[in-house]
Design a protein around this ligand. Structure first.
Ligand code: FMN
Length: 212
């Protein structure tokens, strides 16, 4: 099902990968999630690898919540990247019942940029990663993101975790595809809902201004 065909094109969803680990499974899983998004919504999907966005831990002297300016060009670039997105999907593994530190660090480098951003959380792990999804949802709420209800939790086969067995998400995770699709459609609905509201506000302002 394609939704929102009448809306303007090119609204972008950033899929932020939670793992930068050597030998990680995250890129394959994120590509698979992006493919589902492309097949069922009219949004553009761009994968963000935090390995390409080095943000040294706690290197910003100011408090991001106070609104900058940022002291480092890499933080400003990260800020611009997040500001440019219409929505975000966190695709993250569970590490020791939480989500990886690199993802928390990337979130904590900013503050206002996340505000009102529609977001979805897709987790994976031996048990699907529901604990880390819960953590991430709380953190996302604290920076005022609008996280959709559906949160697919993908169970990785034991052999993939323990023996690094080859795996193809489209096969191993096929049973989760409807859930992922549901989450991404909810996300697209949020993006288009916001669009509709801002269009209405623009229309109201135009009418007011033309009547002066
Ligand atoms: C440091 C570490 C901690 C982990 N802790 C958990 C865990 O708490 N629950 C779980 O289901 N899997 C856990 N795993 C297994 C990961 O979910 C699995 O290795 C997954 O492939 C990691 O994602 P990545 O390969 O993209 O880094 C852990 C893996 C690592 C490396």
């Amino acid at each position: 099902m394609q939704i929102g065909r009448l809306m303007t094109a090119n609204q972008t969803v950033l899929l932020i990968m939670g793992s930068t680990r050597a030998g990680r499974n995250c890129p394959r899983i994120t590509e698979w999630v992006a493919g589902i998004g492309r097949s069922c919504t009219d949004l553009a999907y761009e994968i963000v690898d935090l390995a390409d966005w080095p943000l040294p831990m706690n290197d910003e002297p100011g408090l991001p919540a106070l609104g900058g300016p940022y002291g480092h060009t890499h933080t400003q670039a990260w800020s611009d990247k997040i500001k440019s997105a219409d929505a975000v999907v966190f695709v993250t593994p569970q590490y020791n019942w939480g989500y990886p530190a690199v993802l928390k660090n990337a979130i904590d480098h900013l503050y206002h940029e996340w505000r009102d951003k529609p977001a979805a959380i897709v987790t994976y792990g031996g048990h699907g990663g529901t604990r880390c999804a819960k953590q991430l949802r709380r953190v996302a709420a604290s920076v005022k993101m609008r996280v959709v209800v559906s949160a697919p939790a993908l169970r990785l086969p034991d052999a993939v975790i323990r023996q690094n067995a080859p795996f193809a998400p489209e096969q191993a995770f096929s049973r989760y595809e409807p859930e992922v699709r549901r989450a991404l459609i909810e996300l697209a609905d949020q993006v288009h809902g916001r669009e509709r509201i801002s269009t209405r506000i623009r229309g109201t302002w135009k009418r007011l201004l033309s009547s002066i």
